[in-house]
Design a protein around this ligand. Structure first.
Ligand code: FES
Length: 384
């Protein structure tokens, strides 16, 4: 690895058009310094996806998440408003809560300071002799939170433009799915031993389908058949469209599923829209469901993956829902294991002390786009 990994000269060949370009250097996936630069220039600046608001439907519901080294509480307050706070007590910093649940207030497990669901410090025992102490000056630290169609996003940058600007025309492209009143019915968490970009890139290329998913997706939506056409969009995302009339890409070949969602337009009824919101959120909107892949980076080679499965609320009330939905779970569980295994294998290879760079296939357009989106920020003249 060179002494200055941020010298733009190392990336000139990745900046070329994709069919002339080289892949990112291996250190972009293994170096702590590269990862720290991504955190500083990307994850602390952009709208980061954190799943669904229906994960916490009632007042007092909360869940916690660790995101690029920031522990967070996402909570629905007594008025029903969603809020995000840093999960760190304002006394001496202890984590306030773990996991998920429902509560009236957060009581610190160390010395029992209490914080309301709106973040206010409501109680601080035996602090009466502490000169000039006013609990009002020590609320939980808030983090910006905005939603689109029940999807949650947080932003650590007070000056960032609103979420709607970030998403551009994504809401228009998924309007048919969103109109079906989606509800998340399963949220499955995986611990990945790979860089966040490796999994993100894997989600956005069809080149591997013929080998990694030979016995699954390739049976009905191979790159040759479904095309995975690139759709021009406006906003911080990239999108593919795969046409495969009559079959759902969320099922294995021959399995029974739910009918097509009634609110979809003609394009969405004939195939799958798969937007990728930069930097690391994948959504697949098929004819009958919508699922997402949410990534929480923890370091150069550690990432949490959350797979969320959303269906129209009306489907969840069908008497056969629990039986039929098993076919979808089976498909996702199998193909995700296939993807995770290959991504972890790639991480191990990239971590070699002796390694080199490769080239892109024409089916890896969005991989090249992701890598250049990252370089635009990592190599920019930032604050740090
Ligand atoms: Fe939370 Fe002391 S660290 S009350």
């Amino acid at each position: 690895m060179p002494l200055d990994i941020f010298d733009p000269a190392h990336y000139v060949t990745t900046r070329l058009p994709e069919l002339e370009a080289e892949t990112l250097p291996p250190w972009a996936y293994t170096s702590q310094a590269f990862y720290e630069r991504e955190v500083e220039r990307i994850f602390l600046k952009v709208w980061n996806f954190l799943g669904r608001a229906d994960h916490i439907p009632d007042p007092g519901d909360y869940f916690t998440v660790e995101f690029v080294g920031v522990p967070l509480i996402i909570v629905r307050d007594h008025e029903g408003q969603l809020r995000a706070f840093v999960n760190s007590c304002r006394h001496r910093g202890t984590i306030l809560v773990e996991g998920q649940g429902n509560c009236r207030a957060f009581r610190c497990p160390y010395h029992s300071w209490v914080f309301g669901l709106d973040g206010r410090c409501l109680g601080a025992p035996e602090m009466g002799r502490t000169r000039g102490f006013d609990p009002a000056n020590y609320p939980l630290l808030p983090v910006r939170l905005e939603t689109w169609a029940g999807f949650l996003f947080v932003n650590f940058d007070e000056t960032a433009p609103p979420l709607s600007e970030y998403l551009g025309d994504l809401p228009d492209n998924l309007a048919g799915h969103v109109a079906a009143d989606l509800v998340c019915v399963r949220r499955k968490v995986y611990d990945l031993r790979c860089n966040w970009k490796i999994f993100a890139e894997n989600a956005k290329e069809a080149y591997h389908i013929a080998t990694v998913h030979r016995k699954t997706i390739n049976q009905y939506a191979s790159a040759e058949v479904a095309k995975y056409e690139y759709v021009p969009v406006r906003g911080q995302y990239a999108m593919n469209y795969a046409e495969h009339p009559g079959v759902s890409m969320a099922l294995l070949k021959g399995d029974t599923g739910f009918p097509a969602i009634e609110t979809l337009d003609e394009r969405a009824r004939r195939g799958t829209l798969s937007p990728f919101i930069f930097p690391c959120t994948y959504i697949a909107a098929t004819i009958d469901t919508l699922w997402y892949l949410e990534l929480h980076p923890h370091g150069p080679d550690r990432t949490t993956l959350v797979h969320g499965a959303c269906f129209p609320r009306a489907y969840t009330r069908r008497p056969d829902f629990e039986e039929v939905v098993k076919n979808y779970y089976k498909r996702w569980d199998i193909t995700l294991e296939e993807d995770i295994a290959i991504c972890e294998l790639q991480q191990r290879g990239l971590a070699s002390r002796i390694n080199g760079r490769g080239r892109f296939c024409h089916r890896e357009k969005v991989v090249h786009q992701i890598d250049n989106w990252v370089l635009d920020r990592v190599l920019s003249r930032g604050d740090g």
